[in-house]
Design a protein around this ligand. Structure first.
Ligand code: NAP
Length: 312
């Protein structure tokens, strides 16, 4: 792993290609269009160079608009930023993968993607409805496609050269292993919920052994209260080291070797969340010893996104 003593600049090498992912990432799961534009611009100005998007967030156009304007205004080159987006569950059939990818690229106004992820391992009924339901409200899954079929189509995108790396999201070790074994191009990144209440230690160890980047979403516990931001161990450390609880949680995530995605929605919070520095070893270990366990997002079990309101 490339070591940068300044956590803000840490980059993690990807296992194929020559790419490196900035450890500090900005997530664009923001419900409103105007808020997406301002938060993305603020994040870029605060120093974030890694942007996580998704077809499912329905705001790739706004992210693309903000990035294009922000890069021009800041004199920042496309190659200085790292952009990810994700294939939604309704596009798992191999013939739908390339068109979905092109659609995202077009909305984001980009020529290539740094990373494309399968958003969840669950295939939904193919079509334009992102949340297909039967009459009793149950999700309509698609049993006509396997995750490996979808992975093969993702590998083809890398071969075509417009996507530098591929990976999976909302996946557990049991589902990841067979894909890892069968893959011609191994997953470069796995994106899952991770914070001190859900450390995903076993998955992280597997990823480190295989050179896969574990990309943690909800590193602040999605702001849940009670949650990691209010944990007494975290707040005591914050007071001791002169940082905010958010900065402590983000530093811990980077120091344990993950990349992370956080979603500050104001300029002040973007600056706060970017301005992290290494925790002393005893503080780092105290957080490792927190025993509370809490999963905030059940998407990993069903493919239904936990932080997106039904009907959107
Ligand atoms: N793969 C998946 O299925 C999946 C699922 C969920 C998320 N994600 C990705 O991960 C990204 C991050 O997830 P997340 O939104 O849960 O991240 P998060 O940063 O853990 O949580 C964001 C919440 O924390 C609050 N917050 C942000 N900075 C703060 C600070 N300095 N002090 C106190 N509170 C603060 C925000 O409050 P305010 O809104 O009040 O500012 C917001 O409610 C998403 O945008 C998305 O890109 C992926």
């Amino acid at each position: 792993m490339t070591e940068y003593s300044d956590l803000r600049l840490r980059r993690l090498p990807l296992n194929h290609g020559s790419g490196q992912m900035p450890a500090l990432g900005f997530g664009t799961l923001i419900p409103d269009a105007a808020g997406t534009v301002t938060a993305t611009r603020d994040a870029l100005e605060a120093g974030f160079r890694h942007f996580d998007c998704a077809e499912r967030y329905r705001n790739e156009r706004e992210v693309g608009e903000a990035l294009q304007a922000g890069l021009a205004a800041g004199g920042i080159a496309r190659s200085d930023i790292f952009v990810t987006t994700k294939l939604w569950n309704t596009n798992h059939r191999p013939e739908r993968v390339a068109p979905a990818f092109e659609g995202s690229l077009d909305r984001l106004r980009l020529e290539y993607l740094d990373l494309y992820l399968i958003h969840t391992p669950f295939a939904f009924q193919p079509g334009e409805e992102q949340d297909p339901r039967d009459q009793s409200g149950g999700v309509i899954y698609d049993d006509g496609v396997t995750l490996l079929d979808t992975w093969r189509a993702m590998e083809n995108l890398v071969d075509l050269g417009r996507c530098r790396a591929i990976g999976l999201s909302d996946i557990n070790l049991n589902r990841l292993l067979p894909i890892y074994e069968a893959a011609r191009i191994k997953p470069a990144v796995v994106q899952v919920e991770a914070h001190p209440y859900l450390p995903e230690t076993e998955l992280l160890e597997f990823c480190k052994e295989k050179g896969i980047v574990l990309l943690a979403f909800a590193p602040l516990g999605h702001g849940a209260k009670p949650g990691p931001l209010e944990d007494p161990v975290v707040t005591a450390i914050a007071a001791r080291v002169g940082k905010t609880p958010a900065q402590v949680l983000l530093a811990w995530a980077v120091q344990r070797g993950t990349a992370l995605l956080t979603t500050p929605r104001t300029a002040a919070r973007a600056q706060e969340n970017f301005d992290i520095s290494a925790l002393p070893e005893d503080a780092f270990n105290e957080i490792n010893r927190i025993q509370t366990r809490q999963r905030l997002n059940e998407v990993v079990k069903t493919g239904v996104p936990g932080f997106i309101a039904r009907g959107k």
